[in-house]
Ligand binder design. Structure first.
Ligand code: FMN
Length: 346
């Protein structure tokens, strides 16, 4: 951990995040450039990723850090969750560190500046890398599905892929959308819009880690039926694993970081086993090292995302992970990361 990252840990978590946003925006030239190696290059659905490590949704909610995040080493950036209208989110405090567990509990509730600002930022970014937009409904919306469709229409043209977020635990009733009757309507309608587009963008569905395999099978059926391109596994968890030691474990919200790694990996493992391997899987949850990234890839993820560990480790963690990942690939005798996808889960 650097001196600066240590200082940020002294601030309340949401203040530290806001300072980090400003530092990343205006100070990325001091952080330096990302590590590159041909063995990390991967091409998925015609999109070129310089490496498989992305920043997970929620870090850059308003798409204002795309260029610095790509510059400091991420292979892709997922912005959002963005909603049609700006919204404040839940009352503060709403982000809690669980230092002893390398974890966070958040109940932000889709605080963001809304679709108009998001699109403006997307348009003005140079985007020298892959950019995804993660979309969700406004909390007080009368019709959640309409919100997704509205925002999808406005945003898809300006980014490389779109993620439908039905798995945040912090917007009341949002996770209900993962029920068959609602999810079917949402996926049918959004795929119809996509199918009418000239330049079709991949659609990803982001799911939670708190469900049964039967439930995930139902999701897979719908994903196949409506040609959704991939699944992001997983969002934060409402569970509280027994291993948690920090007193903040009692806070309400979604748990992220090391304690959800096994939960997320279990979902990823199941999805890979059940799919025809045409589905793109993005593994996220508890990544803090190259080994964590590599394990998710070997379980079947083509791409991996990180959030919580970055807040503890600082931006230098990105290059460290990439450098170590190259070593792991080479030690296993692979020339490229794509050769490792799913090898531990056949
Ligand atoms: C403070 C915070 C805010 C988040 N906001 C979002 C969000 O807006 N949309 C979303 O899909 N996921 C959001 N997430 C979930 C992350 O994208 C990720 O799925 C989860 O944290 C697991 O990864 P991690 O263990 O590496 O943090 C958020 C996570 C954190 C910690």
């Amino acid at each position: 951990m650097s001196f600066l990252t240590g200082l940020l840990q002294l601030l309340p978590p949401e203040t530290a995040h806001n300072v980090t946003i400003q530092l990343t925006k205006y100070g990325s030239s001091f952080i330096g450039s990302g590590f590159h190696d041909q063995s990390l290059y991967t091409n998925i659905k015609g999109l070129s990723f310089s490496n498989p490590l992305g920043i997970a949704a929620g870090f850059d909610k308003n798409a204002e850090l795309i260029d610095p995040l790509l510059k400091i080493g991420f292979g892709f950036v997922e912005c959002g969750t963005v909603t049609p209208m700006p919204q404040f989110g839940n009352t503060k405090p709403r982000v809690f560190r669980l230092k002893k567990d390398n974890a966070i509990i958040n109940r932000l509730g889709f605080n963001n500046k809304g679709e108009k600002r998001f699109v403006k930022n997307l348009m003005s970014a140079k985007k020298k890398g892959i950019v995804g937009s993660n979309i969700g409904p406004n909390k007080d919306s009368k019709n959640f599905v309409d919100d997704y469709l509205k925002i999808y229409r406005k945003i898809s043209v300006y980014c490389d892929y779109v993620t439908i977020n039905v798995s945040s635990p912090n917007t009341e009733a949002l996770r209900e959308l993962q029920r068959k009757e609602y999810l079917e309507v949402l996926l049918r309608e959004i795929s119809q819009i996509r199918d009418e587009e000239k330049n079709k963008k991949p659609i990803m569905l982001k799911i939670d880690p708190d469900n049964t395999n039967d439930h995930y099978s139902m999701i897979l059926n719908l994903v196949n039926k409506y040609n959704i391109d991939g699944i992001i596994a997983t969002n934060t968890s409402v569970s509280r694993p027994e291993i948690l030691r920090d007193l903040n474990k009692k806070r309400k919200g979604g748990l992220s970081g090391t304690p959800i790694k096994d939960l997320s990996d279990k979902v990823l493992k199941f999805l890979y086993q059940e799919t025809n391997q045409e589905l793109i899987l993005i593994g996220v949850g508890g990544v803090g090292s190259a080994l964590d990234v590599y394990n998710k890839i070997k379980l079947g993820a083509s791409l991996v995302q990180i959030y919580t560990s970055l807040t503890y480790g600082g931006p230098h963690l990105i290059n460290q992970i990439l450098i170590d990942l190259v070593k792991l690939i080479k030690d296993d005798g692979f020339a490229n990361i794509t050769e490792a996808v799913g090898v531990n889960n056949k």
